[in-house]
Ligand binder design. Structure first.
Ligand SMILES: Nc1ncnc2c1ncn2[C@@H]1O[C@H](COP(=O)(O)OP(=O)(O)O)[C@@H](O)[C@H]1O
Ligand SMILES: [Mg+2]
Length: 363
């Protein structure tokens, strides 16, 4: 599946724009605040039905306009598919696929996989655990049916439990019901995460050897405060019971996958704490590249890659490493400028200039 074209109407800083893409690499060059990220956001929007930024839908409408429309065509061996999203000033959103109304945004996701890579992702190794959990969640939501609803269930129960822990009078039978439910959905999350980290550990080790010239042995390990075992659910429940007094005193749930992390080691060094900035960034690259590989292996589809401003964050050598490691996926790369030695290493594609909400093809 690749994206053939996109039409933007009153969307962000675009008035009226149609862009036809290459099946391979698409490079958008432009100064800051011209509309590069907005264009990638438009592509993402047509695949997921929502932005990758935490914004309200109506913020996507061009200032002063009543509605916006984003329409794209994707193509694979079965033919073309169009997706159209219309957002109105009152916040109403309508999504159509091939002209037919789509009820749930999850229907949009079938057979289209997107990996977005932004400067934020380069910090995943040194950032707080929450960012690493986000990384796992984003990938698992795309490749594991049911993961998103496990996550929603868990978060809902956790929230209720935490509110209840702050009450003056605690009914231990009621708390017990929540503990059972938390252990059940939490265990589903723990299992999927454990399996995912083990997979990405294997894949990223190979990729990392490749990009460090066999110098560093990367190793990832799932760190959960609930030991994963054959009877995780029972163990989780017992841990909750054992920590109940503490949780009531602190008004919060201390154990569970909401505190998960995974370690990232190069040889014996914990890169999260002791890696140099260069090591941390290279490991982040390996993780992102592994994400691509996992989707390809599990889904038999090449994910579409959105690289927003990542090149300018990397030194020359790492830019080339990244480019050389990418396959024949369709790619959308934004940058303020491109170094010749990097351009030479890019597969064939199309160059565009973006200025003040207007996209011009350079070929
Ligand atoms: N809803 C909107 N209507 C009009 N302009 C917008 C809207 N949202 C953002 N912009 C403008 O888009 C520009 C930023 O575009 P962006 O794609 O982030 O730039 P960059 O090329 O640096 O990636 C800013 O000038 C911002 O004011
Ligand atoms: Mg930008």
């Amino acid at each position: 599946m690749y994206i053939k074209d996109i039409e933007l109407h009153n969307y962000r800083n675009y008035k009226e724009q149609k862009v036809s893409f290459s099946k391979g690499v698409n490079i958008f060059i432009g100064k800051n605040a011209q509309g590069k990220t907005n264009l990638l956001e438009g592509i993402y929007l047509n695949a997921f039905g929502k932005s990758f930024k935490s914004v309200k839908d109506k913020e996507l409408i061009k200032f002063g306009e009543e509605y916006c429309r984003i329409k794209s065509t994707a193509e694979d061996e079965d033919g073309e598919k169009t997706t159209e999203i219309v957002i109105k000033n009152d916040g109403k959103k309508g999504i159509k696929r091939d002209g037919i109304k789509v009820r749930r945004t999850s229907e949009l996701l079938d057979r289209i996989y997107i990996i977005i890579f932004s400067p934020e992702d380069l910090k995943i190794v040194k950032d707080e655990p929450e960012k690493r959990r986000k990384f796992i969640n984003r990938e698992l939501c795309q490749i594991r049916a049911g993961y998103l609803s496990d996550l929603n269930d868990y978060n809902k129960i956790l929230k209720q439990r935490n509110i209840y822990l702050k009450e003056k009078q605690i009914d231990s039978d009621l708390l017990d019901i929540w503990d059972r439910q938390l252990a059940a959905s939490g265990t589903r999350i723990i299992r999927k995460r454990k399996q995912f980290i083990e997979r990405i550990d294997e894949i990223s080790r190979k990729i990392h050897y490749g990009i460090t010239g066999d110098k560093e042995r990367l190793a990832l390990k799932y760190e959960s405060n609930i030991p994963a075992s054959a009877n995780t659910e029972e163990v989780f429940y017992e841990i909750l019971a054992a920590n109940r007094e503490d949780d009531i005193r602190n008004g919060t749930t201390s154990r569970g996958p909401h505190r998960d992390d995974f370690s990232i080691n190069a040889d014996a060094i914990d890169l999260r704490r002791f890696g140099s900035q260069g090591q941390q960034r290279t490991a982040a690259l390996s993780l992102k590249l592994s994400e691509i590989k996992i989707i390809e292996e599990e889904k038999g589809e090449k994910p579409i890659l959105l690289l927003d401003d990542v090149l300018s964050e990397l030194d020359n050598e790492r830019q080339i490493l990244l480019i050389q490691s990418l396959g024949e996926n369709q790619m959308f790369i934004t940058t303020t400028d491109i170094i010749e030695s990097v351009a030479e290493n890019l597969p064939k594609g199309k160059y565009f200039k973006i200025m003040d909400g207007q996209v011009a093809s350079e070929i």
